[in-house]
Ligand binder design. Structure first.
Ligand SMILES: C[S@@+](CC[C@H](N)C(=O)[O-])C[C@H]1O[C@@H](n2cnc3c(N)ncnc32)[C@H](O)[C@@H]1O
Length: 467
C-alpha cells in the first residue's frame, strides 16, 4: 500500500454510508450513473492526497499582507540557499481574500524516491509531514538499528497503527511513503527515554509540495485552510460587536475574528474541552487579544432562559464582562463551527469511524444550532460550518433549520469561492446557491486551483429576521 487509494479501503461500511448520503437519486438523475461513480472514485483518491497549495493567514493587526508576503518569500528563499530545504515556492496574495497568502510549488513535479534507510512514523505524524511539518520524536514508531544523527532516512507512515514503538526490523504492515529527511536524533535519543521530545528528522523533500513553515513569523502568520479563513469573512463581525464562537478550540477562527474586529468589542469563545480551552486561553494571552473571553462548557447549555436582550444582561448582571449562562438574543454574530464527522480533512490514509458515530453528529449539531438561534439578536448573523462532506450534516441540517426556525433566512455569502450546495438535501436551487461547499464537485470534478484543492468544507450563513 505504498500509495493510498481510499481512506475507506478497510472500512466498506463507512464507504457505503457516504455513498448513500452523497449519491442520492437526484444526483444520479442530474449527472448520470457513470459520472456519479467517477465523482465518488475521484473523491476517495482526492481524500488520500494532501492539498497542493498551502494557505497562510496574515495577522493584519501586526503587519500588512504585502509586507508578510515579502518577508515569507525571503525566508523560503533562504531555506533553499542555505541548503536546508530543496523545494522552491512562490508566495501570492489571494485575489479575493485580502489577508490570505497562497504558497505554491515552483519546483518541477518530479517523483520522489525513498532513500534506503526506513523510519516509521504514526499516521497523524505522516499527515503532518505531508502538510509541511518535520518529524518530532513522539511521532516515531520504528527506526533502523544504529541510526545516528545526520543520516539520510525515508519516512513512511504506518496507516493502520500496527507498528509497535521501538521496532528495529523493516515494517511489513500497510505504510505510505511521505518524504525523505535527515535524522537530527539517534535511535537511542528517540527511544531510550521515558518521554521523548524534540525534532527527530528534518524533512528535506516531501512527496507533495508543502513548505515548512514551523516557527516562522509566529505572531504574524497562521497556517489555516482557505475555507476556514473564508468562513470568518463570511460572518464579517464588526468592531464593537458581541460575537459568540460556540465551538472555538483550537481557536484558528477565534483569533481571526479578533483581528477582523480590530480587538474591539467582545468575543465569547466556548469549547467543551477544558484542556483545549486552557491552550486557547494561553494562545489568546500570548497574542495579546484583550477582547476574547474563554469558557470551557457545553455550548448547548449556554442559554439562560429569562429576560431577553443585551441591556438587561450588561447592566444588571455583569458590568460589561461576559458571564455564563447568557440570556436570549445577546449576540450580534454567532459562529457555529460544529463538531462533525470531519470527512473533508485531507490527507486521510485510513478512516476507522463507525457508521454509528457518523450518524450521531446531526442530533448534536441540531442541539447546538437551537441554542445558537436563541442566543442570536434579531437581525443578527449566524454562520454554520463543518469540515465534512455529508449532506446529512450540511444541506439537510440547513433544510431542518429553515423549517424549524421561521425567523431564519439564508444570506448570500461574501466571498463566495466554493461551489453551491448539493442536491438531495431538501433545498431549492435558490437556497443552494447561497451555500458554499469546498472540495470536489459532482458536476465539475476536480480542478487544480487553490479553491478546489483544499479541504472539504461547508458554510451556511443565516440572518435572524426582526419579526
Ligand atoms: C471543528 S472543531 C472547532 C474548530 C475551531 N472552530 C477552529 O477553527 O479552530 C469542533 C470543536 O467543538 C468542540 N465541541 C464538541 N462538542 C461541543 C459542545 N457540546 N459544546 C462546545 N464545544 C463542543 C470540540 O471540542 C472541538 O474543539
Amino acid at each position: 500500500m505504498e500509495n493510498a487509494i481510499s481512506p475507506f479501503q478497510k472500512n466498506p461500511e463507512l464507504k457505503k454510508s457516504l455513498w448513500e448520503d452523497l449519491i442520492n437519486c437526484k444526483v444520479i438523475e442530474k449527472v448520470g450513473e457513470q459520472k456519479a461513480q467517477k465523482y465518488f472514485n475521484d473523491l476517495e483518491l482526492w481524500l488520500c492526497q494532501a492539498p497542493h497549495f498551502t494557505t497562510v493567514r496574515v495577522n493584519t493587526l501586526e503587519t500588512t499582507t504585502l509586507q508578510a508576503k515579502e518577508d515569507l518569500r525571503e525566508i523560503l528563499d533562504k531555506q533553499i540557499s542555505s541548503g536546508e530545504r530543496t523545494d522552491k515556492f512562490t508566495v501570492d496574495i489571494h485575489p479575493h481574500v485580502p489577508d490570505l497568502l497562497i504558497v505554491s510549488s515552483a519546483s518541477d513535479n518530479e517523483a520522489v524516491h525513498p532513500w534506503r534507510r526506513e523510519l516509521i512514523v504514526g499516521a497523524l505524524c505522516g499527515v503532518a509531514v505531508l502538510r509541511g511539518a518535520d518529524v518530532y520524536a513522539p511521532g516515531v514508531m520504528g527506526a533502523p538499528l544504529n541510526l545516528i544523527q545526520g543520516e539520510k532516512v525515508s519516512v513512511f507512515a504506518d496507516v493502520n497503527g500496527m507498528c509497535k514503538r521501538g521496532l528495529t526490523k523493516v515494517f511489513t504492515g500497510d505504510k505510505v511513503f511521505v518524504g525523505n529527511g535527515i535524522s537530527v536524533m539517534s535511535r537511542q535519543d528517540i527511544f531510550n527515554v521515558s518521554s521523548p521530545s524534540g525534532l527527530a528528522v528534518r524533512i528535506v523533500k516531501r512527496i507533495c509540495p508543502s513548505p515548512s513553515l514551523n516557527g516562522i513569523m509566529e505572531e504574524r502568520l497562521f497556517l489555516q485552510n482557505l475555507p476556514s479563513v473564508v468562513c470568518c469573512h463570511v460572518l464579517n463581525p464588526q468592531p464593537g460587536d458581541w460575537v459568540l464562537d460556540m465551538c472555538a478550540a483550537p481557536g484558528g477562527k477565534t483569533t481571526h475574528l479578533a483581528v477582523l474586529m480590530k480587538n474591539k468589542g467582545t468575543i465569547v469563545a466556548l469549547d467543551k474541552s477544558k484542556y483545549k480551552i486552557q491552550r486557547l486561553s494561553e494562545n489568546i494571552q500570548r497574542q495579546k487579544f484583550s477582547n476574547v473571553f474563554t469558557f470551557a462548557c457545553d455550548s448547548s447549555k449556554a442559554l439562560e432562559c429569562g429576560k431577553t436582550g443585551f441591556d438587561a444582561y450588561i447592566t444588571k448582571k455583569t458590568g460589561g464582562v461576559p458571564k455564563l449562562p447568557f440570556p436570549p438574543e445577546l449576540f450580534d454574530c454567532i459562529l457555529l463551527d460544529a463538531p462533525c464527522s470531519a470527512l473533508g480533512q485531507r490527507p486521510q490514509f485510513t478512516n476507522s469511524m463507525s457508521t454509528k458515530e457518523l450518524c450521531s453528529f446531526p442530533s448534536l449539531q441540531k442541539k447546538l444550532f437551537k441554542t445558537a438561534v436563541s442566543l442570536l439578536k434579531k437581525t443578527g448573523k449566524l454562520v454554520y460550518s463543518t469540515c465534512t462532506l455529508t449532506i446529512a450534516e450540511n444541506e439537510r441540517l440547513v433544510s431542518w433549520a429553515l423549517d424549524t426556525f421561521p425567523s431564519l433566512a439564508l444570506e448570500k455569502q461574501e466571498p463566495h469561492l466554493g461551489y453551491q450546495g448539493l442536491i438531495g438535501g431538501g433545498l431549492s436551487e435558490e437556497q443552494r446557491l447561497k451555500l458554499q461547499r469546498f472540495g470536489i464537485s459532482p458536476q465539475d470534478g476536480f480542478e487544480n486551483s487553490v479553491e478546489r484543492d483544499t479541504i472539504g468544507f461547508f458554510i451556511a450563513k443565516f440572518c435572524k429576521c426582526d419579526v
